[in-house]
Design a protein around this ligand. Structure first.
Ligand code: FAD
Length: 479
């Protein structure tokens, strides 16, 4: 029998039993406490939490899961609740939420072995600080770093701003502790860099979006702290020019290029017009802004900035770059980054939105954007797409804002036609429907555009083996 929400009478009995498995603050049932766990960051997905279970340690997670599994009760793992595909909130039928927000222990920092072992509820920014205190660096960096948590980062295989240089979190996880649906603890916490002893089980849970187990702790690689950074934003009028910029900085800064981000003109204007203190460095509007960050390992950040200036000067002379701003201080660098990182926030302040997180062969992005504009115009009048993303990874975020004045409820009806238009184009370009954010509830129906029948059948077999009662994050990820 598959997991299902209990009746009202059964619910009280289960809540009493669950309270016995955690400390007093470990279970929230007051309706006033629920909304923050029931609604996602965008305010787009919401459902019904039957109760919020907040264990303090792995043993409590194991007790809780064993109970929920024995009684076939659905549970949604939740960390920072910043996911963008509706995977971290229950649906309308109701489920328990298992939040790792109280599991915030940094268990160990190994400065010599360059690793950090920490609970799944540690906020990404706190993990970064802990690494910094040890003179090292945690490479994962996202716009949501102040709220997202390590367990969520791992379960979404988060990418972010430095994927170009350091890879996704998948490449940074050395060991993982996971509790399976039946309460079994898989203790794979290890800082070994080499361990060829059979299946690499941890990889199965990375990016599994809480459908195969609950991540309770991880050991992550750390890297030498960057001594400084050189940051610039250049304006280009054609996508081909953005490609020329990418090629030049790849050549010029081997192994030191942290980010090359593309921001469409509409996105720049939206951030500058919406967020306090945000300002475009360019007097005129250009088709794209390209943000470049070089992380220097030597202490001479000034020399690195000089090299970046030189490279950009050559691109201006070649007619590839129309305008440029090179940050002379950390504050200026932050100001340029604000134009990139502020896009989701500015969009959220402006209109209801449907978000797409796509990957293409880098050279196809310009043509995709032109085709996407046309395809959206055919779906409905007045749709307002903005384009931005980690262009060096071929990753484009398309945020499609509702026509002016349209309310979220009305815009919901357009989600299907917009999904179809965009995902058809993705298939045409042989791209991916999810670069970083995952599948969640939004893209389940489209998984077969990227995964073969045999692959989906194998995923289902894994799910059936690890979670035979279907208690973990039901109706997410798998179609
Ligand atoms: P949640 O939203 O709580 O959960 C995400 C998924 O993981 C859900 O399916 C949930 O059920 C599951 N889950 C959570 N915790 C656990 C656990 N302990 N065990 C098992 N499953 C669990 N993402 C990127 O990759 N790159 C970006 O650059 C990026 N930028 C962003 C910028 C902004 C402003 C925002 C709001 C989001 C951004 N995101 C980005 C998306 C999001 O922040 C990431 O997906 C992040 O990794 C989610 O972490 P979280 O702690 O919020 O997870």
């Amino acid at each position: 029998m598959f997991a299902r929400p209990p009746s009202a009478a059964e619910l009280d009995r289960h809540l009493d039993a669950l309270q016995g498995l955690v400390d007093t603050a470990g279970l929230l049932t007051d309706p006033a406490d629920m909304p923050r766990y029931e609604r996602d960051w965008m305010g787009k997905f919401h459902g019904r939490a039957l109760g919020v279970i907040r264990p303090r340690d792995t043993a409590a997670v194991a007790r809780v899961l064993a109970y929920l599994n024995a009684h076939r009760l659905p549970v949604v793992p939740q960390a920072g609740n910043t996911g963008l595909v509706g995977g971290s909130v229950p649906d309308a039928a109701g489920a328990f939420v298992l939040s790792v927000e109280r599991m915030t222990r940094i268990r160990a920092v190994d400065a010599v072995g360059a690793s950090i072992t920490l609970d799944a509820g540690v906020v990404l920014e706190s993990a970064q600080e802990a690494a910094r205190r040890a003179g090292l660096m945690l490479a994962l960096d996202l716009g949501s770093k102040g709220s997202c948590r390590i367990g969520g980062n791992i379960s979404t295989n988060a990418g972010g701003l430095k994927v170009l240089r350091y890879g996704h979190i998948r490449e940074q996880v050395l060991g993982l502790e996971v509790v399976l649906a039946d309460g079994t603890v898989l203790d794979g916490l290890s800082s070994l860099r080499k361990n060829n002893t059979g299946y690499d089980l941890k990889q199965m849970f990375i990016g599994a979006e809480g459908t195969l187990g609950v991540v309770t702790a991880a050991t992550l690689k750390l890297f030498p702290a960057e001594a400084g950074r050189a940051v610039a934003m250049v304006a280009v009028d054609r996508f081909d020019d953005a490609l020329a910029v990418l090629a030049a900085v790849r050549r010029g800064f081997p192994g030191r290029l942290n980010s090359v981000e593309l921001i469409g003109a509409d996105a720049v204007a939206l951030v500058a017009g919406t967020l306090p203190g945000a300002r475009s460095p360019f007097a005129l509007a250009h088709t794209y802004a390209v943000l470049i960050e070089v992380g220097s390992d030597d202490a001479d950040a000034v020399a690195e900035r000089g090299r970046l200036e030189e490279a950009i000067g050559a691109l201006i002379e070649a007619g590839r770059v129309a305008d440029a701003a090179i940050a002379q201080s950390d504050a200026q660098a932050e100001g340029l980054w604000r134009l990139r990182e502020g896009v989701p926030e500015a969009v959220a302040h402006t209109a209801p939105v449907h978000k797409y997180d796509l990957t293409f062969a880098v050279g196809d992005i310009g043509r995709f954007i032109a085709d996407c504009d046309l395809a959206l115009a055919r779906v409905a009048k007045g749709l307002r797409p903005v384009y931005f993303g980690h262009v060096a990874d071929g990753n484009v975020h398309v945020n499609v804002m509702a026509p002016p004045g349209m309310q979220a409820s009305g815009y919901q009806a357009l989600q299907g036609p917009i999904d179809d238009a965009i995902f058809d184009l993705v298939a045409q370009y042989r791209g991916s429907i999810s670069a970083e954010h995952g599948i969640g509830q939004v893209k389940r129906a489209y998984l077969d555009r990227n995964r073969s029948t045999a692959e989906i059948a194998t995923m289902r077999a894994l799910k059936a083996m690890l979670d035979p009662n279907g208690v973990l994050n039901p109706h997410r990820l798998l179609p």
